[in-house]
Design a protein around this ligand. Structure first.
Ligand code: URA
Length: 230
């Protein structure tokens, strides 16, 4: 919400008052005097008027988790353990997932309470690479590389997948880089060749790589460089 609206939503200030207070340099956002009425105020920001606290600002939280196979990427589930059950943190119910993984997929999962941040890393328009290791039932051939680079038509969504990069590692293993995250996308792409995915592991999202020090089920907060990379 804009700063002028934020102030005029408080019962004691009109739109006119709020503009005057801002122009007079009486409002601080995260400790800095802000004279721009259009400045966007988020729930994570601290807002003060003449030193009086108007909004304390929630703490923004960002975690990476090494998701094990068999744990569901949801915040609640009737029959399976969820990724939130793996987090031993008081505030965990405030978090959401920035991009899900299937039950039998392992690897990098990002959790946050910052909706704008998670949209930046997951929305297809942002073209953030998602890198997966794939093991398949049958051999992977050079034809896959071309077909994935051209894009595949998904009838259900009526769309063609964005060009994806496939690097063959050996006859049954490859590294696939996608720039979007459609439902079961990797399995459906290999399904085009009637080749079943036996193991799938996410290594990276954008600039954020799964920390090799994390065993399956372990997690850690993102560092400032990782947070700022999104
Ligand atoms: N594509 C899939 O098919 N499954 C995942 O978990 C992630 C991407």
């Amino acid at each position: 919400m804009r700063l002028d609206r934020f102030l005029s939503n408080l019962p004691r200030f009109s739109r006119q008052d709020s503009r005057l207070l801002i122009a007079a340099g009486r409002v601080r956002v995260d400790g800095l005097i802000t004279c721009d009425p259009r400045c966007e105020i988020r729930t994570f920001q601290r807002v003060e008027l003449d030193g009086e606290l108007l909004q304390a600002g929630r703490t923004a939280r960002y975690w990476m988790l090494h998701k094990p196979v068999g744990v569901v990427s949801a915040t609640e589930h009737d029959s399976h353990r969820t990724v939130l059950d793996l987090l031993d943190e008081n505030h965990r119910h405030d978090l959401h997932l920035a991009g899900r993984l299937d039950l039998n997929t392992s690897g990098l999962l990002l959790l946050t309470n910052d909706g704008q941040w998670s949209r930046r890393i997951t929305q297809p328009q942002q073209r953030k690479p998602k890198v997966y290791r794939v093991r398949t039932e049958r051999p992977i051939t050079a034809e896959y590389v071309e077909v994935f680079a051209r894009g595949l038509y998904f009838a259900y969504e009526n769309l063609t997948t964005l060009p994806a990069e496939l690097q063959l590692l050996d006859s049954h293993n490859a590294r696939l880089t996608l720039y979007e995250g459609r439902y079961h996308q990797v399995k459906r792409m290999f399904g085009h060749f009637r080749n079943r995915v036996l193991a799938l592991h996410r290594e990276r999202m954008g600039e954020i790589a799964l920390d090799p020090a994390l065993a399956p089920g372990e997690y850690r907060p993102l560092n400032p460089t990782e947070i700022a990379s999104v």
